[in-house]
Design a protein around this ligand. Sequence first.
Ligand code: XBP
Ligand code: MG
Length: 225
Amino acid sequence: MVLRALIFDVDGTLAETEEIHRAAFNRAFAEDGLAWHWDVDLYRELLRVTGGKERIRRYLEMDVVAPALDDARIARLHARKNQIYGETVRSGGCSLRPGVADLVAAAHAAGLRLAIATTTSRPNVEALLAATFADATANLFDPIVAGEDVVAKKPAPDAYLLAVEKLGLPPETCLALEDSLNGLTAARAAGLVTVVTPSLYTTHESFDGAARVIPDLTAFDLADW
Ligand code: XBP
Ligand code: MG
């Protein structure tokens, strides 16, 4: 392919953030007086649904003892979860996955565009980029498409379609980097060649249709594309 841009997913791809989200959800629940605890196995199940508010709604459908919560309370829980997540990330509680920083630097040096297509909230992306990249590098990601920017989150293609549109490039020149089946499905539906680096919560998934599945981005060589 004639490669012009790399479009990165965030959670699970740039960094192993899901344990930070999970801990933040649990703290937000406890602070709000809810006797809920999302353990690793339950969270793996819940991650089939992208978006934090959507994930809380899914839990309410699943758990027969969970009280009905109105939209305002769900929004409040989610906002508090994101606040806790941001504090953890800003205090240095998260680092990039192996190979990410080197690939971003190499792609920039090679004149490629760098973009982000994620279903997480924009403040979470900004907190992660600010904490893990030098300022100058964080600004390299343009466009950044976040969960608030689309009507339908992954596995719908909307986030990737919008990123490609904002890049102003043909989709066949853009390569998506993902960690999940939902992300792969979204990127493929947008017409993108996709490389998958499975993460903590997605190693059990199958990635049919991925151009390549590799353990992490240290195994990704721009010269191959
Ligand atoms: C993964 C997600 C997100 C986060 C939480 O996003 O599914 O929902 O778990 O995000 P990505 P919010 O596309 O980056 O893999 O709570 O901010 O919605
Ligand atoms: Mg992901």
